[in-house]
Ligand binder design. Sequence first.
Ligand code: ADP
Ligand code: MG
Length: 237
Amino acid sequence: MSIVIDDVLFNYGEMQMRFDTELPANRITSIIGPSGSGKSTLLNIIAGFEQPLSGKVIIGGQDMTDLSPSARPVSMVFQDNNLFAHLDVTQNVGLGRSPNLKLNAADHQAIMSAIARVGLNGKEHRKPEALSGGERQRVAIARALVRQKPVLLLDEAFASLGPALRHQMLDLIDALQQENAMSVLMVTHTPEDALRLKTWLIFIENGQISATGEAEELLSDTGPQALQHYMGNQQQD
Ligand code: ADP
Ligand code: MG
């Protein structure tokens, strides 16, 4: 599904944000930009957790601006994965299907298949404390998968993982995007993630989108100055 952000205005106190862009359907788009620039806010506006002052959010050709988050074709995964400590893997994934865990046979089938797809076979009955960081993020991804929504938002979902695990998770997202023809937006601190998956890229600075295009072009030597500056600063970190 295409995602159109049609001249959306949003303010947090002094911080004024304006987003106007169209994201390609059925691809991965990376969002990069300095801390506090508005990346999470943009995802929250698409998911419906924040309401724009003006402008529209159009997903798959339909105006979603006034719809609640649950009425939108969108799932979101966060950095701290929001798993419930007292629930096991199956139950945490099941929450994606039904908030009160009233599950029918088709739900159970979908849950088992999502758990298998993210590689957590045999760990169905573990609690989050008995899982590694990467495994916990797999649970969060499985929970998003069972919702079967065509838009997946990842807000620095892999930022706390080391490089090898992060690469595994990125490759899993790449495969899932293709299998399910999803439109995926992922906020990342690491431009190399966008290059690895050859994504579309949007660069946000100070509440505005200051560059959009193919990651391979924007992040090359001939890309915009602002991005080169940002990447230079990243490398010094
Ligand atoms: P990013 O995800 O790029 O780090 P955010 O979208 O979280 O940035 O935040 C953008 C700006 O909005 C920041 O200046 C931040 O301080 C401010 N902000 C974020 N969330 C809130 C909030 N709930 N209330 C007030 N200001 C907020
Ligand atoms: Mg953020």
